[in-house]
Design a protein around this ligand. Structure first.
Ligand code: ADP
Ligand code: NA
Length: 330
């Protein structure tokens, strides 16, 4: 039996991924790649929809790919490549632009958010067309399943609409993908401001657990995490966001259910909890960090590996693109 196809990607928008990206995306990708024919992309063409420094972008693209591999994405059994290495993404996106309504694109909330965040001068056609490029990413590979965070759900809905529209207008061509919404229980919050998501663009570095942080620094950040003035270790997002976040992280890394953790920590202090969280995170991240740094120490080998994967991706993508071109009359 052939496996269903999965497509997912992340932007190379920081030097390191953080615990939110790891728990909310990478961990789940690593599990899913066994059951799916998985395609994972570092979406550098999406990254340039907001201003980027070229040298940093190139470096962050390599670093992101290295962290995918170090975290267990297998570049042999899965396809792991860089978006700009496969020109078919831009080519299909152009065709999709011509069947996308200006009005429907205008309803995308990410565009509204980002254009407010980056200001009028940085609000480009590229930013506006982000969702059709994302649709092309998905449709080129005939993906059945697309794991995304809640914030990307609207884009996958648009992708489904475009696939159906194209199929109706030009004949059956695309697989209509299903979003796999990554669970909200896997949402990780900032250690210092535990009501905000852990994010690459956090104001202070102290609240963010970077995959490539030195283990001592990771432990220190966890030990200084914000909690509350009670003593009880109990999961309650509303009243106890800091403690709840620590329980979520520990549960993600040890597999122990949050309710079991609550029982095990009954009568114990926050210091004990933080100690266990620090040990669990360091045990998980330290070997990944080592492996990522090893991969980054040999850029030629990493580039060779990415080029090989881009070739496989190109072969898949070109098949779809050729069919699309034929359908539209090119
Ligand atoms: P991108 O812009 O590349 O999507 P993000 O950093 O917003 O970058 O997200 C990358 C992936 O990591 C997405 O799947 C997103 O849902 C997940 N993610 C990001 N931040 C968190 C978080 N704090 N908790 C859980 N998952 C997260
Ligand atoms: Na995102």
């Amino acid at each position: 039996m052939t496996k269903a196809r999965l497509f997912s990607g992340m932007q190379p928008s920081a030097d390191s991924l953080h615990a939110g990206n790891y728990i909310g995306a990478l961990l789940q990708w690593r599990e899913m790649q066994r059951d799916y024919d998985a395609v994972f992309c570092v979406v550098d063409m999406h990254a340039i929809t907001v201003p980027q420094d070229p040298a940093s972008l190139r470096e962050q693209t390599r670093r992101t790919a290295a962290q995918y591999i170090a975290a267990g994405i297998d570049p042999e059994s899965s396809t792991l490549y860089v978006q700009s290495h496969v020109p078919a993404h831009a080519q299909l996106a152009w065709v999709l632009n011509t069947i996308t309504g200006f009005g429907e694109a205008s309803r995308m909330t990410q565009f509204k958010d980002k254009s407010l965040r980056y200001g009028a001068d940085a609000t480009t056609l590229g930013l506006f067309a982000y969702p059709t490029l994302m649709a092309a990413d998905i449709l080129l590979y005939n993906a059945d399943a697309v794991p995304v965070g809640e914030d990307q759900k609207q884009h996958v809905e648009l992708t489904r609409d475009l696939a159906n529209r194209f199929n109706t207008r030009f004949g059956e061509t695309f697989v209509v993908p299903e979003p796999v919404i990554l669970s909200d229980t896997a949402r990780i919050y900032d250690l210092q401001n535990p009501t905000s998501k852990m994010s690459k663009s956090a104001e202070s570095d102290n609240g963010v657990l970077w995959l490539l942080d030195d283990p001592k620094r990771t432990a220190k950040k966890i030990k200084s995490a914000a909690t509350d003035s009670e003593r009880e270790i109990r999961f309650d997002r509303g009243e106890k966001p800091g403690v709840s976040n620590l329980l979520t992280i520990l549960s993600a890394f040890t597999g122990e259910a949050v309710t079991a953790l609550e029982q095990r920590f009954a009568g114990r202090g926050y210091g004990d909890l933080k100690g266990e969280v620090a040990d669990a995170v360091v045990a998980e991240f330290a070997p990944i960090r080592e492996r990522a740094l090893e991969l980054l120490a040999d850029p030629a080998e990493l580039d060779r590996l990415l080029a090989g994967n881009a070739e496989r991706a190109t072969a898949m993508a070109e098949r779809t693109l050729a069919e699309v071109y034929e359908r539209v009359g090119f």
